[in-house]
Design a protein around this ligand. Sequence first.
Ligand SMILES: Cc1cc2nc3c(=O)[nH]c(=O)nc-3n(C[C@H](O)[C@H](O)[C@H](O)COP(=O)(O)O)c2cc1C
Length: 360
Amino acid sequence: MKNLFSPLKLRELELKNRIALSPMQQYSAMKGIPNNWHLVHLGSRAVGGAGLIITECTAVSEEGLNTLYDTGLWNNVQMEAWKPIVRFVKEQGSKIGVQLWHSGGKGSNTHPNEGMKPLPLEKGGWITKSASSTVINGITAHELTIEEIQKLKMDFVSAAKRALLAGFDTIELHAGHGYLFHQFYSSVVNKRSDQYGGTFENRIRFLIETVQEIRKVIPDTMPLLVRVSAVDYLESADAWNLKDSLALSLILKNNGVDLITASGGGFAHVDKSMVFPNYQLPYAMEIKEKIGIPVGAVGLITTSVQANDIIVQDRADLVVIAREHLRNPYFSINAALELNIPPEIPWQYHRAYSSIKPYS
Ligand SMILES: Cc1cc2nc3c(=O)[nH]c(=O)nc-3n(C[C@H](O)[C@H](O)[C@H](O)COP(=O)(O)O)c2cc1C
């Protein structure tokens, strides 16, 4: 019977266990270039035993940034800076994926330590662009032209090519949390009347065409992952819902996507009462069951037993852990110990465990 430490194979990529570090913005880069912070942040979760490390959302163009402190992959300086991070993570036996993204109308903000407020143009801010000129975060974005949409797709393709050169094992497209792909597929923002707006097929077109273009340039052996917001958590009639996510998931699957992580929200504050252990797991389960595609479960998964149960009960294929990994970089090693499964411990640390039964 499989458990949290059973390998997971996606195309030719084999993860040593079912635990992923969820992408988390660190707001610690300059000019999109990752640095020692990212090496230690990602590297220590690899030392801690996670089978898959996913980088924070990484912009495919400068205008794709959310703040001036996010990572990027739109130039070769950034690509070179990712290389030692990728190498180190792989040396620990983990696999590493880059989360590619464009923030669209949610861009041009100050650093979280400065309140994440709209960044004025005179302080380095920029005019954001989105599916429509709907107000997001108090800023009215400009509507993208068709030519700009075509160029954006190619920005994703160029970033994907750089990801290959940097040595990443996989790519995840961030299509949730109110960022650009989500701004297109949810009618809450998308008010277009051309081939990228209106009907469901039109609203998902930007994402699907991008997936198709990326699949053309990455090897058949490499899995492609997508994170969606399964629901908007909004009452409005325009809101994206689980039925839409199921229809989207089928089309993503048919276009060569290998795993979908079901997250949620992005356009409005989610009430605390909606956030409880496994709160988004039902979305992942539904996608897995109805569409037959591997899924990642994310959202308040904090304990070894909780994570193991998700896999043992076949409710999801991958457990994607964010904040608990910040508190506990060695989540995977500790989970194995708690579940009485022999942990994979870096040899440098063996002496710390030599007195712990049954490893003594
Ligand atoms: C500091 C921080 C930064 C985040 N940045 C990203 C990100 O870059 N990309 C993303 O898809 N989700 C991001 N998230 C959301 C998490 O990946 C995750 O979906 C969410 O925190 C729920 O999981 P958790 O309960 O395990 O923390 C971020 C969350 C936190 C706490």
